[in-house]
Design a protein around this ligand. Structure first.
Ligand code: URA
Length: 229
């Protein structure tokens, strides 16, 4: 995409006004000391107007393959955040819709649309989330049935809602839950005397983590994916 097109669409200014801004040196482009109107922007290349990052208008909806060690928040004094993995010009108002623990990997949805993320995270909507869970110890038939029926988490009074649980290895299962309680999956397995040693989210509602995304990579959601939630 050409710089003048990007600027016109992200600021609402005319091409003539945009050219004037570039001419006055008020536009900065990552890695381009002297940007011109016809400079071609690479995907993810940051653009600033008088030091403020610019983004194309309209809400943004992204899926990210979260690597371990990254936190699901917009800022953190100590750790890299999911936003640090997204180019600066896409970050405005972007937030993760729901959280994963720092050591959990997999599907995170990010959006600038607060209503959309509310639908996804609100307990009323009971959006299903599927996790691949690796446990320290083997998972028994009794464990599977208990997880399906609902288990009482330590310190809580209400059992978890019915879940789907399918064993895919002696100590590995696919668990689909519709709530989002604090550390829920780890605490569900702890309630069965087991311990989670690896947790990976594969799916939220109808949105499946794209197998083409390596850890740390993201892509825009399709219209269909956005509408599915
Ligand atoms: N449940 C957990 O315990 N951790 C997560 O990151 C997600 C669900």
């Amino acid at each position: 995409m050409r710089l003048d097109y990007f600027l016109a669409h992200s600021t609402g200014l005319s091409r003539k006004q945009v050219k004037a801004l570039i001419g006055r040196g008020e536009v900065q482009v990552e890695g381009e000391p002297r940007p011109k109107a016809n400079t071609r922007l690479a995907s993810g290349q940051g653009v600033w107007l008088r030091g403020e990052p610019l983004a194309l208008p309209g809400h943004r909806y992204l899926m990210l393959h979260k690597p371990a060690g990254v936190v699901c928040s917009t800022e953190d004094p100590e750790h890299r955040t999911v936003l640090d993995l997204i180019p600066v010009e896409l970050r405005r108002d972007l937030h993760p819709a729901g959280r994963l623990d720092r050591d959990t990997t997999g599907l995170v949805l990010l959006t600038s649309d607060g209503d959309w993320s509310h639908r996804l995270t609100s307990p009323n909507h009971q959006c299903a989330k599927r996790y691949r869970v690796r446990c320290a110890d083997p998972v028994s038939d009794g464990d599977l049935q208990a997880l399906r029926d609902g288990v009482l988490l330590r310190g809580e009074e209400k059992a978890t809602l019915p879940a789907k649980a399918e064993r895919v290895g002696e100590s590995e299962l696919l668990l689909t839950i519709t709530e989002g309680r604090y550390h829920q999956v780890k605490r569900m397995l702890a309630a069965r005397g087991n311990r989670v040693v690896g947790l990976h989210r594969e799916q939220i509602g109808a949105i499946v983590l794209d197998a083409g995304l390596a850890p740390g990579e993201y892509r825009a959601l399709t219209e269909e994916e956005i509408a599915s939630l």
